[in-house]
Ligand binder design. Structure first.
Ligand code: BEZ
Ligand code: FE
Length: 289
């Protein structure tokens, strides 16, 4: 018999694995237990604190369902989702950023130069650029899955006034890897804060805001897909994104362009007569190894 003590419990845990345990699983679980045990020893975690933590996890489980995953949100606000992304990022490729819960499957195709905002009013934003590989070769036929908030700060799945595909689109790049579309400037918004994650943020004196952004999943045959976001450089929440999604290469200037300069050849050509905004953003995808 071996007596378990607060100092040897981590080693005892490591000794309980079966002989055929997958080595990677053993590595991850042993390391997790080591950090959990160190965390409890270092903070001298009390029973009340331990119970409160488990209650929050139970609450997260209770409100998690097909439409909402509170555990992913917890991972997001703890910085874990972003950290895992950054650990596996390819330095020459466009940085990845959080997916978030508002992506929808089967977005409607949008032709190059078309308008994604449909009947919505707001500052017109022209978004254009090129999808390249990391050797700067343009990628024809790459796809961009695009989504954003409506001007009221809500995604389609949060808003009964919008149909599910509102502000969602799938664009395929032309023979030069180019894409372009018009929309309205996205607005900053709060992550869902009516559950345990909201309670943690509130207790920690943190706000639930994210800087405004456009979401993209860039995909091309033979390349690693990138889930990412593009932020305007003047957003007030840029340095305090509650889910830690901002990376330097994703922050762009949304230039204000003079009236009468809207380009030809787009769906809104001739209709945008006043000022508008323009952002140019190129994607760089690494080749599958
Ligand atoms: C979003 O950007 O849509 C988002 C990301 C993480 C958590 C909640 C929302
Ligand atoms: Fe978002």
């Amino acid at each position: 018999m071996r007596t378990v003590t607060k100092d040897n419990i981590t080693d005892v845990f490591a000794g309980y694995f079966g002989e055929d345990t997958d080595p990677r699983l053993k590595e991850v679980l042993t390391c997790l237990a080591r950090h959990l045990h160190d965390f409890a020893r270092e903070t001298q975690l009390t029973h009340d604190e331990w119970r409160k933590g488990l209650e929050l996890l139970k609450w997260a489980g209770d409100i998690t369902g097909p439409e909402r995953n509170e555990f992913v949100l917890l991972s997001d606000v703890m910085g874990l989702s972003s950290l895992v992304d950054m650990i596996h990022s390819v330095p020459e490729a466009t940085s990845s950023s959080v997916l978030g819960p508002f992506h929808v499957s089967n977005p409607p195709p949008l032709a190059i130069g078309a308008d994604m905002k449909r009947h919505y009013d707001g500052d017109v934003l022209l978004v254009e650029g090129v999808v390249y590989d990391t050797d700067n070769k343009p990628l024809a036929g790459a796809t961009l899955d695009i989504w954003q908030t409506a001007p009221n700060g809500l995604y389609s799945s949060q808003d009964e006034e919008q149909d599910i595909h509102s502000f969602h689109a799938l664009m395929t790049t032309d023979e030069n890897g180019r894409y372009s579309f018009t929309t309205v400037k996205p607005v900053e918004y709060t992550v869902p804060s009516d559950g345990p994650v909201g309670e943690i943020l509130k207790a920690a004196g943190r706000h639930p805001w994210r800087p405004s952004h456009l979401h993209f999943i860039a995909h091309a045959e033979g390349c690693r897909s990138v889930v990412t976001e593009v932020f305007p450089d003047d957003d007030p929440y840029l340095d305090q994104d509650t889910v830690f999604g901002v990376r330097e290469d994703l922050v762009m200037s949304y230039e204000r362009k003079a009236a009468g300069t809207f380009p030809e050849g787009l769906e809104l050509s001739g209709k945008v007569t006043g000022e508008y905004l323009r952002v140019e953003f190129d994607f760089h995808l690494s080749r599958d190894s």
